[in-house]
Design a protein around this ligand. Structure first.
Ligand code: NAI
Length: 351
């Protein structure tokens, strides 16, 4: 395939709608780019208010995957599956079989894995229908399984590097507010607690937040107020869009570094953060650990390859921070430009 160098922001290569009345599965797979390899990105299962909301989330998430995979140096393009979570009881196996069938029809152009609302077990159901799935049970001698601990490791290492570069400090004694204590948030809290950070945690699911606070010695916060907590660092680890025109002026932390995809509600929020003196570690750079693990599993690489690629993330963040300062641009702009140049190079080589 010859790829034309058109604006990545506006571009999806393919949109595949899923509508399987038998299992009640509705959703979409968006392939944003295959310039670097098969489009890879997890499957989100969530309650959306409308079909338009599903599509909008899928498009933004797929684009983010293109940038994330490119910057992480992976031979993968970007894509995403987003499914409407049926109300009431439903047959999960049938739902993920329907996803597997949809992935199979794309014949390797899209590779799925876990994201918010989906688990290793769900991906095992997908694997009953297609081989283009990762995040399965780990091999004895290799990567695989839940990608979240690897995502948390990349976020943690990025936070350490950012704190050192920008505050000349380490995490010991710093207050870190973690929004969302699910798979990644909980694993991140474990690493932060070991480093001697003071945790403040919140989750829409109070029991989940309480369990993490009990295990790692953190304080509980109201989910509605966690971003404006008196903290040194905020780590968004729930859903996207949380850094917006309303929330940014209330943030007291000096630094934002977390796992959630698409934290910025719109591109202008990066400038707004900078104007408020808040340093932002771009989400798609710091949260690449999970897809790095997924990629290694899919391509038959080793755990050493996963560790090597994750170990490169903090250096990349420091480079982005330094370029943003030198070039008078936001960290988000610098990171996007770096990712776009990787993809553009692949286009040029393919043409
Ligand atoms: P998860 O579903 O395990 O956890 C998300 C948590 O956020 C849940 O406990 C949920 O109750 C909570 N939550 C939702 N809305 C909230 C709100 N308004 N305030 C507080 N808590 C809220 O998801 P996971 O896997 O931990 O992912 C978290 C974020 O990181 C997502 O944005 C995901 O796309 C992103 N991400 C995850 C990766 C992974 O390896 N799991 C890889 C890269 C990004």
């Amino acid at each position: 395939m010859v790829h034309q160098p058109i604006a990545l922001d506006d571009f999806q290569e393919q949109v595949h709608f899923i509508d399987d009345p038998a299992s009640g599965t509705r959703g979409v797979i968006v392939i944003h780019s295959t310039a670097l390899g098969p489009a890879a990105g997890g499957c989100r299962l969530w309650r959306y208010p409308s079909e338009g909301a599903i599509m909008a989330d899928a498009v933004r998430l797929a684009r983010g995957m293109t940038y994330k995979n490119a910057l992480a140096g992976l031979p993968l393009g970007g894509g995403k599956a987003v499914l409407q979570c049926p109300s009431g009881d439903f047959d999960r196996r049938a739902l993920f079989h329907a996803l597997g069938d949809a992935v199979a029809t794309l014949d390797g152009r899209y590779v799925t894995a876990e994201d918010v609302g989906t688990t290793v077990k769900d991906m095992l159901h997908v694997a009953e229908r297609t081989r283009h799935v990762a995040g399965l049970s780990p091999r004895a001698d290799g990567p695989g399984g839940d990608p979240s601990p690897w995502t948390a490791l990349g976020v943690y290492d990025s936070m350490v590097a950012t704190v050192k570069a920008e505050l000349g400090a380490d995490l010991k004694g710093l207050r870190v507010a973690v929004q969302g204590t699910g798979h990644v948030g909980a694993a991140l809290c474990s690493l932060l607690a070991k480093a001697g950070a003071h945790l403040i945690v919140a989750d829409a699911d109070l029991a989940r937040a309480r369990s993490v606070a009990d295990r790692f010695g953190g304080a509980l916060a109201d989910p509605a107020l966690i971003l404006e907590t008196d903290a040194d660092i905020v780590a968004p680890c729930a859903l996207g869009g949380v850094l917006n025109d309303h929330s940014i002026p209330t943030i007291k932390a000096k630094l934002i570094c977390g796992a959630a995809n698409n934290q910025l509600a719109h591109a202008g929020c990066a400038e707004s953060l900078a104007q408020h003196g808040i340093i932002y570690a771009p989400d798609f750079v710091v949260n690449a650990g999970g897809i790095i693990n997924v990629c290694a599993e899919y391509l038959g690489e080793t755990t050493m390859d996963v560790r090597r690629r994750i170990a490169e993330i903090p250096g990349r963040i420091v480079q982005i921070l330094s370029r943003a300062r030198d070039e008078g641009r936001t960290t988000h702009q610098v990171a996007e430009a770096m990712a776009q140049s990787v993809v553009a190079k692949a286009w040029t080589q393919a043409a």
